[in-house]
Design a protein around this ligand. Sequence first.
Ligand code: CP
Ligand code: NVA
Length: 321
Amino acid sequence: MTGQLRHMLRDDDLNHDEQRQVLELGMRFRENRFYRQPFAGPQAVAVLFDKPSTRTRSSFSIGVAELGGYPLVIDKSGSQLGRGEPVADTARVLTRMAYGIVWRTFGQDRVEEMAKYATCPVVNALTDEFHPCQVLADLLTIAQFRGGVDALPGKTIAYLGDAANNMANSYLLGGATAGMNVRVAGPYGYLPDPAIVADAERIAAENGGSVLVTTDPREAVADADCVFTDTWVSMGEEAEYAIRSKPFWDYQVNDALMKLAKPDALFQHCLPAYRGKEVTESVIDGPQSVVWDEAENRLHAQKALLTWLVGKQRGDESLLA
Ligand code: CP
Ligand code: NVA
């Protein structure tokens, strides 16, 4: 196998078989935290944040260390990138030293620019458009509770709330890649970009899944295997708090809505959660909620992803399984 530089900028950067490989690797890391150590040395992985984070910061910092590497965590306030140094220059510097670059930032064009100039894998740790690492963890959580990665194709997942945000987009692409039936519901004005829906429909058709975008929350959750939601006010949208507190109430995940899903349906939320807004306390703290496993799975899924990406780059098959 010859080396191939790969990045994870949006969920469909992995095809069905590749996503499966990463998730299977994630299951191995779930069983053994030290299953593979591709960054032994330690080799450094740069982890950059232009937005706040608790889960992504801890899972990448701890994850890179457990992979035998050194996580170099840089915040916007402490970097020249935050003072306007071009992304391309930052990429050309970091790639001379680090073996991977993980970045949480605003526009998707920024991670694309980083990947254009980097000669090591670049991973999107959340942009305004996508949060692919979260969806890998969420799929791993379904695999954990439903008998493994083979159980994913054909399952129905429903996402409710701000259907134009990064999580909605990532469920569309990531769920379609897994061959799932992906349903996304939100109010008019907060529905996904038709171009992303078209990509998801094409990918779903290739993998035996389907896509439904609706304004009806009941249609979305009917008989679903897993129900997801997310904050109604994403990072960077704080000024819209007052306008955004109105349109989403019909999409709140509460007991009545959960009753329409399968009786054993799982509830997931990427967190941080706002109890009493997008989800009631009874659901997020109730028996169907798996949000703490979901948060832990960020660690396993991302270690799997980094291992797979460097395995591809090095042409080392032993890191892909
Ligand atoms: N879910 C998630 O990405 O959480 P953080 O913002 O805390 O990283
Ligand atoms: N949609 C949320 C996800 C947080 C993990 C945001 O972008 O703030």
